[in-house]
Design a protein around this ligand. Structure first.
Ligand code: PGA
Length: 246
C-alpha cells in the first residue's frame, strides 16, 4: 500500500509570523493517520524543523543538481538534508516553465535528493493545449518516464498546469484515467515496488473538493499550494485524506 500524504507547497510565501500556521497544522497532524509534509520557503526551513518536526515532515521546493561549488544563490540537496528537510519537490511546473528545467535535469535532481537520504516529490503535468488536443495521458506518461530516477523511493505528483492556482480541477474521471496510467507505468518500471509509490494529485485542491479527489483509485494524497498556507484551509484537506478509503 502506498503511504497517504497531504503535502503543502508554500511557494514564495511565508514570513516568520506564519510559523503560527505551521504550528497549528502540526497540532492537527498528530490526529490524522496520514503523513503531513509542508514545504515552506527555504528561509523558514530551520525554524520549521526546530518547531514542528515532531509532528510534521518538512520539505524544500527545489534544489540545485550539483552538490556544492560556485553556484551563487543555489542550494544543494545535501544542504537541505543538513538543514533537516525530509522531502524535496523537483520538477514543479513553475520550475520547468519559469526556469527552463527539462526532464533530464529533473531526473538528476531527484537522484541527488535520494542520494542525500531524502524523498523527491517529482511533479509532472500537462498544459491546457495538450489536454485539449487529447494528448494528456501520453505526454504526462512520457514526462514521468523521462524524469524517473533509478530508485522507486519517490513520491509522484500529477499536477495539470491549467489547474494550478486557477480554481479549475479535472473531472474525477480525468484524474482516474491519468492516475491509473501513471500507476501502470510505475509498476512497469518498478515491478516489485511500483504499486507502493505514493501518487499525489495537485492543482486547486481545496476542502470543498478534497473528498471527491481522494475517492479516486490511485490517488494517495495531494500536493496543495494556496490552500496549504493556513491551518484553517489545510487541516480539512488532511482530515479528508485521513477518512478516505485506504
Ligand atoms: P494550487 O497549487 O493548490 O495553489 O493550485 C498546487 C501546486 O502548484 O503545487
Amino acid at each position: 500500500m502506498p503511504h497517504k500524504i497531504a503535502a503543502g507547497n508554500w511557494k514564495m510565501n511565508g514570513m516568520r509570523g506564519d510559523l503560527k500556521h505551521l504550528k497549528d497544522i502540526a497540532k492537527a497532524a498528530r490526529d490524522v493517520d496520514c503523513i503531513t509534509v509542508i514545504c515552506p520557503p527555504v528561509t523558514m526551513l530551520r525554524s520549521a524543523v526546530n518547531q514542528t518536526h515532531d509532528a510534521l515532515n518538512i520539505g524544500a521546493q527545489d534544489c540545485h543538481v550539483e552538490l556544492k561549488g560556485a553556484f551563487t544563490g543555489d542550494i544543494s540537496a545535501p544542504m537541505l538534508a543538513d538543514a533537516g528537510a525530509d522531502y524535496v519537490i523537483v520538477g514543479h511546473s513553475e520550475r520547468r516553465n519559469g526556469h527552463g528545467e527539462n526532464n533530464a535535469l529533473v531526473r538528476a535532481k531527484a537522484e541527488q535528493v535520494l542520494a542525500a537520504g531524502m524523498t523527491p516529490i517529482l511533479c509532472i503535468g500537462e498544459s491546457l493545449a495538450v489536454r485539449e488536443a487529447g494528448d494528456a495521458v501520453a505526454v504526462v506518461s512520457e514526462q514521468l518516464k523521462s524524469s524517473l530516477p533509478a530508485d522507486s523511493g519517490i513520491v509522484v505528483a500529477y499536477e495539470p498546469i491549467w489547474a494550478i492556482g486557477t480554481g479549475l480541477v479535472p473531472s474525477v474521471e480525468q484524474i482516474a484515467q491519468m492516475h491509473d496510467a501513471l500507476r501502470a507505468l510505475l509498476q512497469d518500471v518498478f515491478p516489485e515496488t511500483g504499486a507502493r509509490v505514493t501518487l499525489l494529485y495537485g492543482g486547486s485542491v481545496k476542502a470543498s473538493n478534497a473528498d471527491d479527489i481522494f475517492s479516486v483509485a490511485n490517488v494517495d494524497g495531494a500536493l496543495v499550494g494556496g490552500a496549504s498556507l493556513t491551518a484553517d484551509d489545510f487541516v480539512p484537506i488532511m482530515q479528508a485524506l485521513d477518512r478516505s478509503a485506504p
